[in-house]
Design a protein. Structure first.
Lengths: 397, 233
């Protein structure tokens, strides 16, 4: 006994190159689909992780473009304007605020960085309030500086790796010609903290002539507080602006979504082309087997049997193409991520393409459904072939 | 001829085609009776209507008029009512087996798979035959796992016969079964058909150009211009 599935499968092997090319077309469209949907989920998860790892949900800074400032913060940069440090006292007393941490970002030109020099940035922080807000930071070596006004530094994992520094080593601040002793090196966090060099806030203020000034206040909102109410209250302070990271996330995601619509359109076009390819392949196969299908009907196959056979061929092609496409997307996800990072102006740390079992099953289901749809017409056409027409196409008498 | 009951009977069976404004009578008023286990042949020049008649006898087509009865049961009853393709298939798979000049084996399936293929679509209750036994009977058991492309013409026609017999048909229709074979292989195939009618009681209807081979049938019908010129005796 031979099953219809075996007949369908063996028939696809009849024209191996044609079947393979069709299968590759389906695989490529499945790859695009998985990578695109996986990117959307991965990007959102990575962005959430970046924002959660900041330890605070709002930032207070001097007036300017909030999104530019927020993006700079996410990338380890800073706002260009300064706030009076005293403003933090009133913010910290607000009943909706759990805690605050003042920060001062400063940058200098380092002639030894890269081939032709580059900018080195330093973040002045209060060790106590900053550590309390970023409880997830763990030390590979050493710990935070004891006081707020010493010449000591804490380096992020990547910064220490790049500079080849251990606890006890010295680092020099270019332009200022001042040396700091490394007292702690953080473990890898997968966030922008990995590339940051932390210095005591007071020391940075004094060194750069910014006494009593800061660039940003990180604000941790109480769990039961209403963030928008707090935002309104903060806007009553003079010349400040509030950046809620939820808003930043929404803005970045909406920008990404715009790009996603474009890429999704391309994916849909790829899928439609693959579908046309499938219809063409199966129609050609039906045409070539016109007599054979007629004979199958002569030996007992009903129109429904022929329909099933041809439909099964389409489904097999699409399912195999879908599996190949998913495998490709898994194997090449790092490459996809690398390409995306090269294109996007801002990309969070960590994996950008998140492919899980749900996505795999969804894609296989979608590609199979497309296959079933593509197979309808050829299968219907094959089912209508009359045995007599098939026989007459060669024999006379 | 075994002389059993009536397997198939036609009364005034006709088939007309239209080609533009012209009406062509491919089969005209054919009346004949074939018995169970009988081996009959139809001969005649090209265009004589023998193939069209065999298609009507094998329920591959609807007649324009006339009656056809299978074991006394009316299939086409002369009222001009056309049977659907589905109904024709149902009748065919219960009653007929077919072999053709071009064998029509599925090239991607092995000999054994080709033989059992009809069972994938329909297994006649209690009538399915053992494929291995059939292949042995037809002398091609050693080829069971080979693809059709590896067989000779004679072997391919034997496979086609085995496929036609797998569902134990009452009537076997052979349309030019030796058309693509040499003399020796043709004689072998006709001997097999003859044995089937004599020993297995299958009614065999063969169309052939070859008068010598057709002459080996129990009865030979000669056709001309859509009618039977020389009825089999």
């Amino acid at each position: 006994m031979i099953t219809k599935f075996q007949v369908a499968y063996k028939n696809l092997l009849r024209k191996k190159i044609r079947s393979l090319l069709t299968l590759v077309g389906i695989a490529l469209s499945a790859w695009v689909l998985v990578s695109l949907l996986g990117f959307n989920r991965g990007f959102e998860a990575a962005l959430n992780r970046d924002i959660d790892n900041m330890g605070f949900q709002m930032m207070l800074m001097a007036k300017g473009c909030p999104y530019e400032a927020a993006t700079m913060m996410l990338q380890g940069g800073t706002g260009l304007k300064y706030l009076p440090e005293a403003i933090g006292d009133s913010v910290g007393e607000d009943p909706d605020v759990e805690g605050i941490t003042p920060m001062l970002m400063q940058a200098v030109f380092d002639p030894d960085k890269g081939e032709s020099g580059g900018i080195s940035a330093y973040l002045g922080v209060e060790p106590r309030s900053y550590a309390a807000m970023k409880t997830f930071l763990k030390f590979r070596q050493g710990g935070w500086f004891e006081r707020n006004d010493v010449h000591e530094a804490v380096m992020g994992y990547e910064a220490a790796e790049l500079e080849q520094r251990e606890v006890g080593d010295l680092i020099l601040i270019p332009e200022k010609n001042v040396e700091f002793t490394v007292v702690g090196i953080l473990e890898r966090t997968g966030t922008q903290d990995d590339g940051t060099i932390f210095l005591p806030l007071r020391t940075v203020q004094r060194l750069f002539g910014k006494d009593g000034e800061i660039t940003t206040i990180g604000i941790k909102v109480k769990k039961d507080a209403d963030p928008s109410r707090l935002e309104d209250k903060l806007y009553e302070l003079p010349d400040v602006q509030v950046v809620s990271l939820a808003q930043v996330k929404q803005t970045i995601m909406s920008l990404v979504s715009t790009a996603k619509v474009l890429v999704l359109s391309i994916a849909i076009i790829a899928i439609v082309i693959a579908m046309v390819g499938v219809v063409n392949t199966i129609l050609m196969s039906v045409h070539e087997r016109f007599q054979e299908i007629g004979i199958l009907k002569t030996i007992g196959a009903m129109p429904g049997d022929i329909f099933q056979l041809v439909w099964m061929e389409t489904l097999l092609l699409c399912a195999a193409g879908g599996v190949l496409g998913v495998a490709l997307s898994l194997v090449l996800s790092r490459l996809t991520e690398w390409v995306i990072r090269g294109v996007l102006p801002y990309a969070p740390k960590g994996g950008l393409v998140l492919i899980d079992m749900n996505l795999i099953l969804f894609t296989l289901g979608a590609i199979s459904a497309i296959g079933l749809l593509s197979g309808l017409y050829p299968a219907w056409k094959a089912g209508r072939i009359r045995p007599l027409e098939a026989i007459r196409s060669e024999v006379g008498g | 001829m075994s002389g059993n009951g009536v397997a198939l009977e036609t009364i005034g069976l006709s088939k007309h085609y239209r080609r533009g404004s012209e009406e062509i009578a491919a089969v005209r008023e054919v009346s004949l009776t074939l018995h169970q286990g009988e081996f009959v042949s139809f001969t005649g020049p090209s265009g004589s209507g023998k193939t069209t008649l065999v298609h009507l006898l094998g329920c591959l087509d609807n007649p324009t008029s006339g009656e056809l009865l299978l074991r006394g049961r009316p299939i086409f009853s002369g009222n001009g009512r056309q049977l659907s393709e589905r109904r024709l298939t149902e009748i065919r798979r219960e009653t007929f087996g077919y072999i053709f000049q071009n064998f029509y084996l599925i090239p991607t399936l092995t000999v054994l798979e080709n033989v059992v293929l009809p069972l994938t679509f329909h297994r006649k209750p209690g009538a399915g035959r053992d494929a291995a036994e059939l292949l042995k009977l037809l002398g091609i058991d050693h080829r069971r796992n080979h693809l059709p492309g590896m067989l000779s013409g004679g072997e391919m026609q034997r496979v086609a016969i085995a496929r036609a017999l797998i569902n134990a048909p009452e009537i076997l229709l052979a349309d030019e079964p030796t058309g693509n074979l040499d003399t020796k292989r043709s004689a072998e195939i006709v001997r097999i058909l003859k044995d089937l009618s004599r020993e297995a009681g299958v009614t065999v209807i063969m169309v052939s150009h070859n008068l010598e081979l057709a002459g080996q049938a129990d009865r030979q019908f000669e056709m001309r211009d859509g009618g039977i010129r020389k009825p089999g005796i």
